[in-house]
Design a protein around this ligand. Structure first.
Ligand code: BF8
Length: 638
């Protein structure tokens, strides 16, 4: 088996930072170690001032908090707050996009509707009449439907959930009492229930976790993605490049970082319009590159180059070549402002909720999007002027990457093979074993796992066993940098079955070579695209999502958003691998629930595994058991 390249970009960037005396997250982690064991187990409670209480589940000390709360309830309560933090982030993102779309339709925000086709397909889903109507009118109805969800107090089920989620699974969620109405009310209830002196039943709290995860999945991810597609268009396949080598010494480099494309779309537009100003300042051009999920958004829709995943966000600043790092929301390390200060980099925050000491703050409002974006690009050009004559250290490494595999783009490729029934080639390949199964390898990049190339090693084993991988988030950056998002990777890493399928599909689609073995489906919110794909395949087969030979993995967990996304997959019945362990091990009840009993409820379980081969083996075994239950061969034909 070919060995995966050790993350060369990471080590090149780290040595640049070291040479310049810049402390990195790895240094801070080392200084912080050993970290709090109570926190790691989830048995630390800070919800009242008789505490903080901590329980050592293995020792002879106290077995409850001062109020008498059990470690099981403590863990479940903490997990509910983590999940609520994740869901609040995604719902906040979605609501911002929704309000921008509303204002665009009212003519008060300068955005046009680029995804007209998406408006029509959503109209079908929501039973909005389209005959003889203007796209903007149809779109206004969709906006009203979404806004109603945020205002309703009548407890009727949420519009976006009921219209968008697969029906078979909704039946189960109804039985379990997981259907929700107003997401904001639920976030309030979750914070209330998990505050001191309320819900103390670990099972009840964990059902709230599942409900909150559904809110994350449908009012967070799905709503954000649907409306972003309406505003900015549905992603289509393109080829780009990844890794820090996409920075250009002679250009004005603008790194867009965060999650919400409402800002970065405008920066990209104005960077193009203002190229002449950059040239007048002595630059070759303006080079907009992407970091984290905002990077993924721009890459999916415009083929923008991907410069760094989350744990490299401070490292690319150490190159001295980033003229401006512009951030919107989520996953922004406060340290970035400090590293930027060592160079001429303009570090610019833009959201009122994201204020960071020593950053330049340019408050961004969708209504003033053009002026604000122009001001930001001008800051970057000025910073380029300041850095003239100073050396930069840009690592050479960059990899080609195929991006933009939205469900619509995938169906477009497949329909070249079978226009009548686009999913048939995939279903036939699953039946024959050419595709043994599917894995969504998603989530973050963690400095705890980067040096061991956890994600890359795991994916290498999956591909060798003919498991097709789809990816989003920082994981997509990791896999892009390691060359997995190319047709060459199909030749290099896949078992014979998967190689044959991807080669045939690539040729039929006129790509002149195999499809990549890892499909880049977008940012973390775009996990809803993975759900849509699974739901479409399950629907085509007439089975539940949980019956599919599919599994999820978040191999380098960092953010609480990854917990709420993981929960939404569990609610659908998709089992998930995760590393490191979520903070549940201090509770036998919660651990048993997530690793075993949940399979009786939704059909899914959680597996913690820190070893990449061990994780891949578990996933392959899980897929094999799902295949066997469907009457398919359970041995990968490698
Ligand atoms: O939403 S993968 S570190 S950037 S949380 Fe954050 Fe994790 Fe990156 Fe995207 Ni997702």
């Amino acid at each position: 088996m070919t060995s995966v390249q050790v993350p060369v970009v990471e080590s090149a960037l780290l040595s640049i930072a070291k040479k310049k005396g810049i402390k990195t997250g790895r240094d801070r982690l080392q200084e912080m170690s050993p970290q709090c064991g109570f926190g790691e187990l989830g048995t630390c409670c800070r919800t009242c001032y008789m505490g903080p209480c901590r329980i050592d589940p293995f020792g002879d000390g106290p077995k409850t908090g001062v109020c008498g709360i059990s470690p099981d309830a403590m863990v479940a309560r903490n997990m509910l707050r983590e999940t609520t933090g994740g869901a609040a982030s995604h719902v906040g993102h979605a609501r911002h996009v929704l309000l921008t779309l509303r204002d665009a339709l009212d003519g008060t925000a300068p955005y046009e509707i680029k995804g007209k086709q998406k408006v029509l397909s959503l109209a079908k889903v929501f039973d909005v009449p389209t005959e003889g109507r203007d796209v903007a009118d149809v779109c206004r109805d969709l906006v009203d439907i979404a806004l109603e969800d945020f205002g309703r107090q009548d407890e009727r089920p949420n519009n976006w959930l009921t219209a968008r989620a697969p029906e078979r699974e909704q039946e189960l969620w109804k039985e379990l009492g997981l259907m929700y109405s107003n997401p904001h009310n639920e976030i309030e209830t979750a914070m209330h229930a998990s505050s001191m002196g309320n819900d103390a039943d670990p099972t009840s709290l964990m059902m709230r976790v599942l409900k909150m995860s559904l809110i994350d999945g449908w009012t967070g991810l799905a709503l954000a993605v649907d409306l972003q597609d309406v505003l900015f268009g549905v992603p289509q396949v393109s080829v780009t490049e990844t890794a820090a080598g996409v920075l250009e010494a002679g250009s004005v480099n603008i790194a867009t970082h965060g999650h919400n494309p409402v800002l970065s779309e405008k920066i990209l537009y104005w960077a193009d319009q203002m190229d002449a100003e950059a040239v007048a300042a002595g630059a070759e051009r303006i080079n907009v590159v992407g970091v984290c999920c905002t990077g993924n958004e721009l890459s999916m829709r415009h083929g923008v180059k991907l410069a760094a995943h989350n744990s490299q966000s401070e490292l690319i600043l150490a190159t001295g070549a980033v003229d401006a790092m512009v951030v919107d929301i989520q996953c922004i390390w406060p340290q970035l402002a400090q590293v930027a200060k060592c160079f001429d980099t303009a570090f610019i925050t833009t959201d009122p909720m994201v204020r960071i000491p020593d950053a330049i703050h340019i408050p961004f409002e969708p209504q003033r999007a053009d002026e604000d974006a122009r001001e930001i690009v001008r800051e970057a050009i000025a910073a380029f002027g300041r850095r003239q004559g100073k050396p930069v250290d840009i690592p050479e490494h960059k990899s080609k990457a195929v991006v933009g595999l939205s469900v619509e783009a995938i169906l477009g490729i497949l329909s070249k093979v079978d226009p009548e029934d686009p999913l048939k080639p995939v279903i036939d390949s699953v039946a024959s074993g050419g595709i043994f199964g599917f894995t969504g390898v998603v989530g973050c990049s963690s400095i705890r796992f980067r040096d061991g190339a956890m994600t890359e090693e795991m994916v290498k084993h999956l591909l060798a066993a003919n498991v097709l991988v789809v990816t989003t988030g920082c994981t997509a950056h990791i896999l892009g940098q390691a060359g997995f998002l190319t047709g060459e990777a199909t030749e290099k890493y896949c078992g014979d079955g998967l190689k044959a399928v991807l080669t045939a599909l690539g040729e039929a689609a006129g790509l002149g070579g195999p499809l990549p073995p890892v499909w880049h489906m977008g940012a973390c919110v775009d996990n809803s695209r993975i759900v849509d794909l699974l739901a479409a395949v399950a629907d085509r087969l007439g089975v539940k999502v949980t019956q599919l030979p599919a599994v999820g993995s978040a191999p380098e967990l960092v953010q609480e958003k990854a917990i709420s996304i993981g929960g939404s997959f569990l609610a659908l019945g998709v089992s998930c691998h995760i590393a490191p362990a979520p903070r549940i091990l201090g509770s036998p009840v919660v651990t048993q629930l997530l690793t075993q009993d949940l399979s009786e409820v939704t059909g899914a379980t959680v597996q913690v595994e820190m070893d990449p081969k061990g994780a891949a083996d578990w996933m392959i075994g899980h897929i094999a058991s799902k295949r066997a239950a469907l009457g398919l061969s359970a041995t990968p034909a490698v």
